[in-house]
Design a protein around this ligand. Structure first.
Ligand code: CTP
Length: 394
């Protein structure tokens, strides 16, 4: 998604500067052209040669370096840039950016850039909380720059508090959102469900399935990258919540039903990737079920079919997409679900095919609507999410 995009990374003097090597490497692996600009102070924390080796481009520090390719290098670079990220951004450089001071390669280039600028402050908590710094960040926001909240944690100075630079993976997602995708879902509200549900038997045990939530989380991430306002209703999974979505955590099918149906009316698109339990224990003991010598049978009752409910209560113009996981007669069974639930699209996959289904990072799916059937090649779940959203956008 970042293939051919030009990313400028501005690195300032903070202990977190070394982590930007990881970010530069991630971006290069995704095909981005990466140029690193450093302040003089930053070179005390990481050697420019590290960035030059990773990006294949000269690392720019001094505006008056005589050894350059372009005649006015900061302007030439600024013109090529699709996005600029200043990370870690020191209080000093944030102050300069906020007030238009351009006295080195980094700040001069930023002044000359028309593309979006993203700032990731990293400093001691007291500096971060200083009203002067906060005012400067507000000024930057006012000029349309994006400011990433620092993480809380143990800081290099020994304090614990806000001021830590977010991890490179987080910074990478901000760049991806800015430069990696068209914003063709801007203005759309999308609700995605993901993960399994847990149906309690007693305070200790529950019935669930093998869903890891990876497919639904990928859809939520990509929909947000493409500009949608995303709500993710998630069953219990072992993943960090996606950055740019409102996450509603649920456990049982009943809770998922309530979370989805109470929000469904305002949604333009609903994608139900969750593996919702079809049955739950008919009664839930308040005390732990103790074992006996004899076998045990548990009576199960049907859960509500959330997608079925959405199909029969849909708002005019709303798009409904379900998922169908099968081990046999995949297409036939999936087409039947499309009809029975009165939905627009169903994404079918066969659990028995290698690389598809639960827990994998790839998927092999067939997209089915009333009018068409399209088998996608094996691809990453993010690519499946992207193709699926493109189909929905028509
Ligand atoms: N679904 C739902 N509510 C349920 C069960 C499933 O909304 N109680 C949704 C899933 O999120 C998915 C689709 O319905 O989008 C799956 O359809 P379904 O017929 O329930 O599939 P299976 O559970 O696989 O059905 P079966 O066991 O009959 O194959």
């Amino acid at each position: 998604m970042l293939k051919g995009k030009t990313v400028l990374l501005g690195v300032t003097g903070s202990i977190a500067a070394y982590k930007i090597a990881g970010l530069a490497s991630m971006l290069v692996k995704q095909g981005a052209k990466v140029h690193v600009l450093m302040t003089e102070n930053a070179t005390n924390f990481i050697n420019p040669i590290t960035f030059e080796s990773l990006t294949g481009n000269k690392c720019l520090v001094d505006t008056f370096d005589r050894n350059f390719e372009f005649s006015v290098e900061h302007v030439a670079l600024a013109k090529q840039a699709d996005v600029v990220m200043v990370a870690p951004a020191s209080a000093n450089v944030i102050g300069k950016i906020a007030h238009g001071i351009a006295d080195d390669m980094l700040t001069t280039t930023i002044m000359a850039c028309r593309c979006r600028k993203i700032i990731a402050p990293a400093m001691n908590t007291n500096m971060y909380e200083n009203p002067i710094l906060q005012d400067n960040l507000e000024i930057c926001r006012g000029y349309g720059m994006e400011v990433i909240d620092p993480a809380c944690g143990y800081l290099a100075c020994g304090d614990i508090g806000a001021g830590k630079m977010p991890e490179p993976e987080v910074l990478y997602q901000y760049i991806l959102r800015e430069a990696g995708y068209p914003k063709d879902l801007a203005g759309k509200k999308i609700l995605v469900t993901a993960g399994p549900t847990r149906e309690a038997m007693d305070p200790v045990r529950y019935i669930t399935n093998h869903s890891t939530g990876k497919m639904g989380y990928a859809i939520a991430r990509v929909a947000a990258y493409r500009g949608a306002q995303v709500t993710l209703v998630s069953g219990p999974v072992d993943m960090a919540p996606p950055l740019f979505a409102d996450v509603v955590a649920v456990e049982s099918a009943r809770q998922m039903f309530e979370a989805v149906t109470s929000r469904s009316r305002e949604q333009d698109i609903i994608i139900k990737a969750a593996a919702v339990a079809d049955y739950r224990p008919a009664s839930v003991g308040t005390e732990k079920i103790k074992k006996k010598d004899s076998d045990l049978s548990i009576a199960l009752e049907r859960t509500d079919d959330i997608l079925g409910w959405l199909g029969s209560h849909r708002r005019e113009g709303q798009f409904l997409c379900g998922f169908s996981m099968e081990t046999q007669n995949m297409l036939e069974n999936s087409r039947a679900k499309l009809k029975k639930k009165h939905i627009d699209m169903i994404v079918a996959n066969n659990l028995k095919v290698e690389g598809a289904g639960f827990g994998t990072d790839t998927n092999l799916v067939t997209i089915i609507t009333e009018k068409m059937e399209k088998e996608l090649p094996m691809m990453s779940k993010e690519e499946v999410a992207d193709s699926l959203l493109s189909e929905i956008c028509g």
